[in-house]
Design a protein around this ligand. Sequence first.
Ligand code: IPE
Ligand code: IPE
Ligand code: MG
Length: 233
Amino acid sequence: MSPMRLLTAVPRVPGHLAVIMDGNGRWATQRGRPRWMGHVRGAHTVREVVAHCARVGVGQLTLYAFSSDNWKRPREEVGFLFDLFASHIDRQLASLVANGIRFSMIGRRDRLPRPLVDAIEVAERRTAAGRRMHLRVAIDYSSRESMQGALALDGARQAARLDATILPPVDLVIRTGGERRLSDFLLWESAYAELAFLDVNFPDLSTADLDAAFADFASRERRFGAVPIKEIA
Ligand code: IPE
Ligand code: IPE
Ligand code: MG
């Protein structure tokens, strides 16, 4: 087999994958269970998604865990989610370090409970040297608010804040749960992202679903405004 053929045989995975993890509540409700059970199952799925993405060579994985609009939910659900995030970060920390996965959080920290912020900061410190994949989790995140906050500053402060706020461009956005919207997630960074809306609820998302989304992604021609390659003489 020629080296070229070997190269093309490797499936192309997105360099930066963003996942809107939606449908936890419906997963539970459809089974006659309380919503929190959907979140618990969703957290297990997160572990599988992270492991699979690292395995297949995704460079950056950004997960939408809690939007700034999710504060509108009942206080019990919000509190449950924050406790779940903190315990999962704690429990996954050793595995993140062992697998070379750098963890960081995007979004506002000032409204989060102290134990969650502590868990995040410990994980960020201890995984800082990870080079295999950069995992970002968006908590109390609003793409519009983060951009507006940066743009309200002036001069060098604005440039520095924009630099810290804007992530590398997203290649593929996957949203589970069947809705076809972005819900204020990575609006700027998704300027040329491919979009995949999956009807599966997040707790049921499998590695096969991910592979199918990656195969579909690999089949798309990303033109970035240019003329299709085959039409260039
Ligand atoms: C996503 O699932 C998790 C969060 C937004 C925290 P949802 O909780 O939105 O589930 P549905 O959309 O109500 O089914
Ligand atoms: C988006 O899901 C936020 C997360 C997945 C964390 P929502 O369930 O909050 O979005 P809407 O309300 O359906 O747009
Ligand atoms: Mg939802």
